[in-house]
Design a protein. Structure first.
Length: 499
């Protein structure tokens, strides 16, 4: 491979940060209210990435995330390596700045530790000055919680990463920079005798990437725009991290907001200009195609999507929509995901269910397929395959009051409080079905099913929608109304293939 094409991660790996340790590169991303959270990706060439685990098993406080909080939780993490440990800092906009750390990227990771409590504290990034022994922390602000935005606050931090040591100081005030707004997402570095903050502004869909430098951490800082859309089709190219390869090449990974597909990840070349400032992309504009990093060739790779659920276990690509509870998924001797039809008063609205197992919507036209068998005998027990956002659609099986199993296809608009039929129910005589969703351009989804008589289309086209900050998700679920035991459903042979 002599060239690569952007995006290098074509799905919702939101707010990426990147790190090199030896010959290995690691990346983490926002995971919001899903569990497990803080995904950990690995690469040897910055282009081909695999998902190797998660740093956060459950969100805390536990009770706060027993039910879905789709746009809350883990925002914009920073990934660092210090004192022979991996560190991840993130902001929970409702609680404050947390960190976890581990001796190896695959763990074991510590439980979340609250470094600084407060509302609206987001996008934190630490820095350890290896020469002086000092430690620092910078963070941004969420106006929705604090009434404050467009500024970056700096602290001295305990070298153990456990607490901040002062009240903090505004070190960059975006209101004082003509034309700048929504300054956020800072990443903190030292280079060439300067403290550097790489931080985006201007909003996720229309903004730009800024660079700030100062001889001292607390400022004053100079600023410059170092990456913006220009004449390209890459809207809002910003918020990411700088990494230097072992051979001295500089690269910048950032996201692009793409509606229902979420925030896809681009790789940009980076160099330091003669005036000492970073130059990202093609003289400050994003590249679509570029010479690959000068690293040993690697086989093509991408985060896994397909799953046969061996022994009833699911792969790393899946996360629940809230902290999981025992009994939702059952391990067994064969293949297939066996989900309990969890009784819920919210069975009519997938957005409220904590027991939806999700993965990211693919960023290219794709066909999603899975086989489903409904074992639940109780009327109202149901299971299916969903496209989940602030509007949702799903297709699957439901046990009727007459005891028969039907193929059902339902949806709900963003403003609706409950789902309704997208097509008439169809009998599924054997209680099993092959489900398919074809996701075309613009995240337009066409649903179909096969009960053994061949594929049949179902309902009109459904356009996937994101949450406020999260792209649309694919989901598998089993649920039933009211209370009591309602049986289970089995999903087998989950596949995502390009169209």
């Amino acid at each position: 491979m002599t060239t690569y094409t952007n995006p290098v991660l074509n799905a919702d790996w939101s707010d990426p940060d990147v790190l090199r340790v030896g010959d290995d590169f690691y990346l983490t991303a926002s995971s919001f209210g899903r569990a497990p959270g803080l995904p950990l990706l690995h690469s040897r060439d910055l282009v081909n990435w695999t998902l190797v685990g998660h740093a956060l098993e459950r969100l805390e406080p536990e009770a706060e995330f027993r039910t879905p909080r789709h746009d809350c939780g883990v925002w914009a993490p920073a990934l660092r390596y210090h004192d022979e440990r991996f560190w991840i800092f993130w902001g929970d906009p409702d609680q404050g700045v947390f960190q976890v750390n581990a001796p190896a990227v695959r763990g074991p990771w510590t439980r979340p530790h609250l470094v600084k409590a407060g509302k609206g504290l987001i996008d934190p990034c630490p820095l350890w000055d290896e020469e002086t022994g000092d430690a620092y922390l910078v963070h941004a602000w969420a106006k929705s919680r604090s009434g404050v935005k467009n500024r970056l606050t700096g602290h001295r931090m305990h070298p153990g990463g456990t607490e901040v040591l002062d009240e903090g100081k505004v070190i960059v005030d975006g209101d004082r920079i003509p034309g700048w707004f929504t300054l956020e997402g800072p990443k903190l570095y030292q280079h060439d005798g300067w403290f550097w903050i790489l931080a985006p502004a201007g909003g996720v869909e229309t903004g730009w990437q800024g660079a700030f430098r100062s001889r001292g951490f607390f400022g004053p800082y100079e600023e410059r725009i170092v990456l913006e859309q220009g004449d390209t089709d890459v809207n809002g190219p910003h918020q990411g991290g700088w990494v230097r390869t072992g051979t001295g090449e500089d690269w910048f990974l950032h996201f692009q907001q793409r509606g229902a597909y979420g925030r896809v990840v681009h790789l940009q070349p980076m160099r330091w200009g003669s005036d000492g400032w970073p130059v990202i992309g093609d003289e400050g504009a994003p590249v679509a195609l570029h010479e690959a990093p000068g690293l040993p060739p690697q086989p093509p790779a991408a985060p896994a999507t397909d799953d046969d659920f061996p022994g009833g276990r699911f792969g790393r690509q899946w996360s629940w929509t809230a902290n999981p509870r025992d009994g939702w998924a059952t391990q067994h001797s064969g293949d297939g995901l066996r989900l309990t039809c969890v009784r819920s008063a919210d069975a009519h609205d997938l957005r409220r269910l904590p027991n939806v197992l999700t993965q990211r919507l693919p960023g290219t036209p794709s066909a999603v397929e899975v086989e489903l068998t409904l074992h639940g005998e109780e009327p109202g027990a149901r299971a299916g395959l969903a496209v989940l956002g602030d509007a949702f659609g799903w297709i699957g099986l439901q046990r009727g009051s007459d005891g028969a199993v039907h193929v059902v296809h339902r949806f709900a608009e963003a403003v609706a409080e409950r789902e309704r039929d997208a097509d008439h129910p169809r009998l599924a005589p054997e209680g099993r079905v092959r489900l398919r969703i074809e996701i075309g351009a613009g995240a337009r989804c066409r649903f179909s099913y096969d009960t053994g008589q061949g594929p049949r289309p179902s309902g009109p086209v459904f356009c996937a929608t994101p949450w406020r900050w999260v792209g649309a998700l694919l989901g598998l679920f089993a649920v039933a109304p009211a209370a009591g035991h309602a049986g289970a459903a089995t999903f087998t042979r989950f596949r995502i293939d390009p169209l």
